[in-house]
Design a protein around this ligand. Structure first.
Ligand code: C6P
Length: 411
């Protein structure tokens, strides 16, 4: 069936940009449905990393020579690309290792300074561990309290409960834009506006949003946002913390070292301007440059095209999986991204994962680093298929047949 999206979206041309997809696993063509864990990399990213090491590897910001200047220019160009992509300014874009580090940075540098005993921090019941544990650590240190927004059985926030939790005591609200385990897209813009009524700052965990949709930090009016490069078609070990400049200015540095200082003496040290204040030491140079390349790549395809194509994959995948006997979807929120979590009968998700792998299909099984969510749902884990724009309906057909075979063997 040709949809308007299919007309503008040449998936086979796109797949040709991803060399890893063209291989056999266990004698079958690889079907990669583990994109929420990490996405595959296009040639635009692979070649950027290769070019860096072949042509201009050098340390940045501190060299008079040609290679250092070129590497610095490319690194700062990438920051510019990311800033424009998020509708932020360059000084608000801090390179970090990933979402986990972005959250820890804010919990440490903002939290230690601005959260005190008796204050409250709000998260949701379906957060990734990395959006729970840093706040728990902060609460423990400061004598603050972590509050949790409950969810419905279908995996949506109970908004009235969120409103009840908000108060003058609320200092930070930290919420995933999109749940990695269920795919639920939260009403973050509304949540931010409500938190701001009480003077709280809001951290948006953008790990599962950036690969699939346009995120505009000014439109959201979020105070902080973090995301991971490896989920957005760049390499591992690089990510971004966005913060409003006046908040970043008010925060203490996260790590001390080279690059984050203006002057150092034994009498005292002065810190560098944003964003360097939060970038101590030699950074992940080719990581940052390749993240810029990845963002340019997805913008060339167009995030609106990506969203509507993936939405169709989600619709089709959900429809096809519904035909599998005794399959139960976990997370059926109205507003979802291209993640499908499910269970079949009483079969352990891991066993399904192993049998699918034998047929060349990569899905993820387990608690997806969301143990409190699994506890709330009364399950140990799920099978999770997560799609990217290089996946196809044909792959979904093969996956559903393979799942049926696996279920037969395991029943
Ligand atoms: N989720 C998944 O399979 P890092 O590890 O820092 O790149 O990202 C952590 C993280 C934070 N928030 C959300 C919503 C996430 O999905 C993740 C990573 C992977 O779902 C690995 S558990």
């Amino acid at each position: 069936m040709k949809t308007n999206t299919a007309l503008v979206f040449d998936v086979s041309a796109i797949r040709n940009q991803f060399p890893i997809l063209h291989q056999q696993v266990n004698g079958k063509p690889l079907i990669y449905f583990d994109n929420a864990a990490t996405s595959q990399k296009p040639l635009a990213v692979i070649n950027t990393i290769k070019d860096y090491y072949e042509q201009y590897n050098s340390n940045i910001h501190r060299g008079a020579h040609y290679l250092a200047q070129l590497a610095t220019e490319r690194y700062e160009d990438a920051r510019h690309t990311i800033a424009s992509h998020l509708n932020a300014s360059e000084q608000e874009i801090n390179f970090v290792r990933g979402t986990t580090e972005a959250i820890n940075l804010v919990a440490t540098s903002y939290g230690r300074k601005f959260v005190s005993a008796g204050d409250e921090i709000i998260v949701t019941e379906m957060e990734h561990h990395s959006n729970i544990v840093p706040w728990q650590m902060l609460c423990e240190e400061k004598g603050a309290t972590l509050r949790v927004i409950p969810i419905t059985d279908s995996g949506e926030l109970i908004y009235e409960e969120y409103l009840k939790l908000l108060s003058e005591k609320t200092k930070i609200v930290s919420v995933a834009h999109t749940s990695n385990a269920l795919g639920t897209i939260h009403p973050v813009k509304e949540m931010i506006a409500d938190a701001h009524k009480y003077g709280a700052v809001v951290f948006v965990d953008g790990a599962q949003a950036l690969p699939h949709s346009k995120v505009d930090v000014q439109d959201l009016d979020c105070d902080f946002l973090g995301f991971s490069g490896h989920k957005v078609f760049a390499g591992t070990g690089i990510g971004v913390l966005y913060g409003k400049a006046h908040l970043l200015e008010a925060m203490n540095p996260y790590m001390g070292g080279g690059e984050m200082i203006k002057t150092v003496s034994f009498k005292g040290t002065t810190y560098n301007d944003l964003p360097y204040k939060f970038e101590a030491g030699t950074p992940h140079i080719e990581g940052g440059i390749s993240l810029g390349a990845a963002i340019n790549y997805i913008n060339q395809i167009g995030l609106d095209n990506i969203s509507s194509y993936e939405h169709e994959l989600l619709r089709y995948g959900t429809e096809q999986l519904a035909s599998v006997d005794d399959l139960r979807f976990v997370g059926t929120a109205e507003n979802k991204s291209s993640v499908i979590s499910f269970l079949v009968k009483n079969i352990h998700p891991y066993d399904i994962g192993v049998l699918l792998n034998e047929q060349g299909i990569a899905i993820r099984t387990g608690h997806h680093c969301c143990q409190p969510l699994m506890d709330r749902l009364g399950i140990e884990g799920t099978c999770r298929a997560s799609f990217a724009f290089y996946n196809t309906k044909q792959e979904i057909d093969v996956f559903v047949k393979a799942l049926q075979r696996a279920v037969k063997v395991l029943s």
